[in-house]
Design a protein around this ligand. Structure first.
Ligand SMILES: C[S@@+](CC[C@H](N)C(=O)[O-])C[C@H]1O[C@@H](n2cnc3c(N)ncnc32)[C@H](O)[C@@H]1O
Length: 483
């Protein structure tokens, strides 16, 4: 076994922004060509167990997906799971970035999440070379990494941990000792000294993360956070061009400039990469998702409201009855509130909210710049999500209801984080609901389901039949039922 990831399992997660339908939003907003998410080729480099890639496979059955990783155990797990879920459009292989052959072919989306800053320089070089070589003409590549100088403090914590744990080799002891040291140091660093305060905050943040993540991310062999301008320059050497950051909070900055960054914009002029770099100096941003395309000249970073009309919006907007007079108010995601005095904005938010969990096409909703900018502002704050295509799932369970095969095998394995057909996860912690999900393979009628659930729960028929419809509807609302 060549790799630390074979010894300590790294949690494999679905990342909402790492789906072609989400990545391509930024291409659309910058008027760049992109391949439709529902029929594309995706490569994930260092995919781990492939949770993200499998979710893309389940939501884009016509797309062809390839993932590789150096860790044999992670790839074996991914393969077993993909086979159990009968995901025929995803292929996993054990491979070293250094040895990726030309025969891998071309891809319309390339994702390297959590790899670039955690591999030695020659592997980083090979990674960028691979992207330069394998990205299709209309392709988009997303590289995520810890950023400099925002992660300098985290590097100090790492230096201390590696020194304190130099003699502790056994994995469990190392994880426990790392926690103890972080707790000890956080308690000792003073809040009144600025550097110690920052270190304390960092240690407390690291303590909140799963120990395996700390083990690999900050205590692994390589931890080299990167400057965004270096990443853009690196990409350029391989014929690639910087588009923007692919996190909603930052990816629209060029299109709808925020007032607090105006001085920075004046200082950096037309040089967008310089703007991004100085933004990182000003904010000490710790994490970036750099979006790249083939270098083909100037990127149009002006706001054209018609581009927003090509997108689809999803979000939670529940009208609040007791809104102030002349105002429309909505409850939004995560207990937030949105209010407006503009009837056209209220109508748009009402439509988005009414469609949830589906998205709505903005083509029929946006008739000018004002609404388009409102959508982008809400996207930037996370109040709504944008995607270039709708996800396919049903809200009306059929006579033979069917949950996604991936969700069924996760439920059968007793996992509580279940992948939805919206490229997210939902938490299903009760065993009865998980068992119910495993039964939804499209071969059982509602009667069959009721009988099976009576056997499983030993509850009377009337109770089961009474709950069946509600349970199906609630799974449909979670985007778990296939269309
Ligand atoms: C921090 S993990 C991220 C895994 C996954 N992308 C995710 O976000 O969950 C880094 C991954 O890169 C893989 N890796 C490291 N060096 C590699 C190399 N030279 N070739 C291929 N994969 C590599 C590791 O095995 C590990 O699975």
């Amino acid at each position: 076994m060549a790799n630390a990831y074979d010894h300590v399992r790294y949690p494999s997660l679905v990342q909402e922004g790492l789906h072609p339908a989400a990545i391509s939003v930024f291409a659309c907003l910058h008027d760049l060509p992109f391949v439709p998410a529902s029929d594309c080729r995706v490569l994930e480099i260092g995919c781990g167990e492939g949770a993200n890639l499998m979710s893309i496979a389940a939501t884009s059955p016509r797309s062809k997906l390839v993932g590789f990783d150096l860790a044999e155990t992670a790839i074996a797990n991914g393969r077993a799971r993909a086979a159990a879920a009968k995901l025929a459009n995803v292929e996993f292989s054990v491979m070293d970035i250094l040895k990726a052959p030309d025969s891998l072919g071309e891809f319309d989306y390339i994702i390297a999440h959590g790899v670039y800053a955690w591999v030695p320089a020659p592997v980083r070089e090979a990674l960028m070379r691979l992207i330069g070589r394998a990205l299709s003409r209309q392709g988009l590549a997303l590289i995520s990494y810890n950023a400099m100088p925002g992660c300098r403090v985290r590097q100090i914590v790492r230096d201390i941990l590696l020194d304190c744990l130099a003699g502790t080799v056994e994995i469990k002891s190392r994880l426990a000792a790392a926690r103890e040291w972080l707790e000890f140091l956080a308690a000792n660093w003073s809040a009144s000294d600025p550097l110690q305060h920052a270190m304390r905050e960092e240690a407390n943040y690291l303590l909140l993360r799963p120990p395996e993540v700390l083990f690999h991310d900050e205590m692994g062999d390589t931890y080299e956070p990167q400057f965004v301008s270096d990443v853009a320059a690196h990409a350029k050497r391989y014929g690639l061009q910087y588009i923007c950051d692919a996190q909603p909070a930052r990816g629209c900055e060029a299109l709808i400039p925020s007032a607090e960054r105006q001085v920075l914009r004046e200082r950096t002029g037309e040089d967008w990469v310089q703007f991004e770099q100085q933004y990182d100096y000003a904010t000490l941003l710790p994490y970036r998702e750099t979006l790249l395309c083939k270098d083909s000249g100037i990127i149009d970073r002006t706001m054209a409201w018609t581009r927003v009309r090509r997108l689809h919006a999803h979000g939670e907007f529940i009208p609040v009855d007791e809104a102030e007079s002349g105002k429309f108010e909505f409850r939004t995601r995560g207990d937030g509130r949105a209010s407006t005095s503009e009837a056209s904005i209220a109508t748009l938010l009402g439509h988005i909210g009414a469609a949830k969990p589906q998205s709505i096409p903005l083509a029929n909703e946006i008739d000018g710049r004002k609404l388009a900018e409102t959508v982008l502002r809400m996207f930037r704050t996370g109040a709504l999500s944008l995607q270039s295509e709708p996800f396919q799932f049903t809200l009306t369970p059929s006579e033979y209801p069917m949950a996604s095969a991936l969700a069924r095998i996760q439920a059968a394995r007793g996992e509580t984080a279940i992948t939805t057909l919206r490229h997210t996860t939902v938490n299903i912690s009760d065993t009865t609901t998980r068992h119910f999900v495993t039964l939804l393979d499209g071969t059982r009628t509602r009667n069959d389901l009721a009988l099976e659930m009576m056997r499983f729960t030993a509850l009377p028929e009337t109770t089961i039949v009474g709950k069946l419809k509600d349970n199906l509807n609630s799974l449909a609302q979670m985007a778990l039922l296939a269309a």
